[in-house]
Design a protein around this ligand. Sequence first.
Ligand code: ADP
Ligand code: MG
Length: 624
Amino acid sequence: MSQHTFQTEVSQLLHLIIHSLYSHSEIFVREIVSNASDALDKLKYLNLTDDEFKSLKFDPRITIKLDEKAGTITFIDNGIGMNQEDLVENLGTIARSGTKNFLKNISGDAKKDSNLIGQFGVGFYSAFMVADKIEVVSKKAGEDKACKWISDGKTGYDLADAEKDEQGTEITLFVNEAGKEYASAWKLKDLVKKYSNHIAFPIFLDYEDTEWEGEGDDRKEKKVHKNEQINNASALWKKSKSELKDEDYNEFYKTFGMDWEDPLLHIHTKAEGTLEYTTLFFIPKKAPFDLYQADYKPGVKLYVKRVFITDDEKELMPTYLRFLRGVIDSEDLPLNVSREILQQNKVLASIKNASVKKVLSELKNLSEKDEKKYDEFIQEFNRPLKEGLYSDYANRDTLLELVRFKSTSVEGYTSLASYKDRMPEDQKAIYYITGDKEEVLRKSPLLEAYKKKGLEVLIMNDDIDDIVIPSIGKYNEIDLKAINKSDAAEDLKTEEDKEKEKEVEPFIKQVKDALGERVKDVVASNRLTDSPSCIIMDANDPSLQMQQMMKAMGQSMGMGEIKPILEINPNHDIVLKIKDSKDKEFITDVANLLLDQAFLAEGAELKDPTGFVTRLNRVIGRAL
Ligand code: ADP
Ligand code: MG
């Protein structure tokens, strides 16, 4: 026997589960049964496809053995099994960095943590809520030795050699005070019905029942041994929709082990014709904790004629739909599809295309029929949809109808379609402003002229907006224009503006000379009312925010410094009063102040704050 300690993250996870999920302790049944079902899936696949396992006689099943007297519940499966390394790896460490990062964010505050863990598959360790000791005996298919893993779920586990005939895993829970209520046949039947009815393998309950014999005074108690199947054991997705209730879908969703809340939506499709397949997709209520991590766990499983093929294939769905969970079951693929074949398989590519279209059209339906629910969806998944605008050209038009934006005209989110509905007839473009803070954007001097003219501006503060939105160009033939770029204001220009421009021309030239290398250009602005100046970027240059983002990613891209264009408000008091001054030094100070304050209003940092303060004081001094 050898002693081992849990990896720190495992201890953390155990602590988290035990302290924040205790009111849901019954879910251990689902978790352990789902793992057994996964193990059967894996062996069934090898049995059908791998020469080494083809001769194996294999009758896949799960047995739950109850011993009320001993206070034990044992879950037995004859699936793929685990050898010693697997046990160490799977039941003592956490490998995915996404999971580790998630655990770093836990606070120790049970209430907060239980919200967090809602987006997180709890798995095997949930059994420690109901057991003070767990024994796992397992034998890996194709190997001779069995191994035993024993733990109290506190600091670590022991490993020892063991004896076992058939391949597979036996997990014995020694129930604790909280687990006592589950050591009962009717309770276990109840929980399996509730959580695991549609697991595709038969689940048997093996227990001792009490029966009565005889009549009247002769009535005698008799112990009878029973071993009966207690689940439906058919693949849920193959049933017809009319047979299934929302609850059935919801509980099935939870057997994926990635979430224990009901999903927001399920989409069940049967395709017949040139291609025959069934898909069942779920959209979670909350974004998965690893949504923005490169090693996220894909949530769609591939089956071929009811045989599980893989649950770790990111190519089954486009990356931007990585929050989908569910099943694709094809009748047209060979069972022995290899990974390499999968990735270029035509059948699968057609299923994928059709599935994406189906999911997007269901989302469109939802947005039309149930605004509140769609809003919940947007709160969590607007950003991945925007990634789709960039990566899924074929579905861009649909995606443009699905994404939402904040705006100067409405509270909450708006669609592009309703922006378009609100547009005055002579409005030439859809305007937007990008940046990283909503509050800063809403106060940007650039918005002044648009506000005054009653033009709506979309507020885009998602970090990817700057990359995605310019790549779209148009919505329904209407240009999308960034108002912090030099070409947007052309639309607003009037004859009067042009006259004003002429008037301040000499002053503009002086400012330009004074600022020299600090700017790309200085121009008279027609979009400012209250502010004396603002900065914009040349139409072909990246925005300020984009520059900051690239800097943060260590990518200056050899761009050198990108200089802004300074716009000056020809109607502003400061400008009116100084424009005819002959004091060159004074003009230089004011020119620099106009530029610096425009930077500050954009939420940018000043390169030379001391210079700014010196000039400011000189100008104030003069005014006093
Ligand atoms: P998950 O199922 O999300 O991977 P779990 O904590 O439920 O996480 O299980 C951890 C791992 O332990 C599984 O991925 C699997 O490799 C292994 N495992 C658990 N139960 C069994 C079992 N009955 N048979 C084979 N492997 C198992
Ligand atoms: Mg699991």
